[in-house]
Design a protein around this ligand. Structure first.
Ligand code: DX5
Ligand code: ZN
Length: 190
C-alpha cells in the first residue's frame, strides 16, 4: 500500500490546525524542520510539533534538515514525533552508502527528490537509480523498512517514484494547492 505524507510546509501556518484536519485521509503528517544552517531556510521546531500533536491522530513524520540532528532527536520524540528522519550528510559527507550499515535498525529511509530547503521545486528524476538501489537493499536486508521520497511529487511524478520502489510519498504543494485535497491524496497513491 502506498502511503501519503503531506508536508505542512505548504500549509497556512496561521491556520495549521485547520490545514492538518484537511489532510485527514492521508497516512502521515510531514513536518519539515529547518535550521538555516543545514539548509538556507528556517521553518518550525519542537514547540510547533508539541502544539500540533493533539490536533491529529495521524503519525507525525518529522524531517530534520538541521546540523548535527542527533542533538535533538530525543526532544522531537518527546514532543510527539512518531517518525524522525535525519540526513546522513548532516554528520558525514554525502554518500547514500553511509546509511547502509544502519539499514537493519531503520524503520524508514528517506530519499530527497529536490534539494532540501524549499517546497515547490521540480522533481529530480535522476534520483531514481538511487531509489531502485535502496529498494533492492531494503528487500534483501530489512523488508519491513519503508522507503520515502520527498520533493516534487505530483500526480505524474508519483508514478515514477512508485515504479522505482517508494512506498511513502511526501507532497507539499501538490496537496495544499489542490482544490479537492482528499481527491488529490487519492490520486497520489498512483
Ligand atoms: C523540502 C522539504 C519537502 C517539501 C516538499 O526541503 O523537505 O518536504 O515540503 O514540497 P513539495 O512537495 O512542494 O516539493
Ligand atoms: Zn521534507
Amino acid at each position: 500500500m502506498i502511503k501519503i505524507s503531506p508536508s505542512i510546509l505548504s500549509a497556512d501556518f496561521a491556520n495549521l490546525e485547520r490545514d492538518i484536519r484537511r489532510i485527514g485521509t492521508a497516512d502521515y503528517v510531514h513536518v519539515d524542520v529547518m535550521d538555516g544552517l543545514f539548509v538556507p531556510n528556517i521553518t518550525i521546531g519542537i514547540p510547533v510539533v508539541k502544539a500540533i500533536r493533539p490536533t491529529t491522530d495521524l503519525p507525525l513524520d518529522v524531517h530534520l534538515m538541521i546540523e548535527r540532528p542527533v542533538r535533538y532527536v530525543e526532544q522531537f520524540c518527546d514532543a510527539g514525533a512518531d517518525i524522525v528522519t535525519v540526513h546522513v550528510e548532516a554528520d558525514t559527507q554525502e554518500n547514500t552508502e553511509a546509511a547502509l550499515p544502519f539499514l537493519s535498525q531503520c524503520d524508514i529511509l528517506l530519499v530527497m527528490t529536490v534539494e532540501p530547503g524549499f517546497g515547490g521545486q521540480a522533481f529530480m528524476a535522476d534520483m531514481m537509480p538511487k531509489l531502485r538501489q535502496i529498494r533492492q537493499w531494503i528487500d534483501e536486508q530489512n523488508p519491513g523498512c519503508e522507503l520515502e521520497v520527498d520533493g516534487g511529487i505530483d500526480p505524474v511524478t508519483c508514478r515514477t517514484a512508485i515504479a522505482s520502489g517508494a512506498n511513502v510519498l511526501v507532497a507539499g504543494s501538490a496537496v495544499y494547492k489542490a482544490a479537492d485535497i482528499p481527491q488529490r491524496i487519492k490520486e497520489l497513491r498512483g
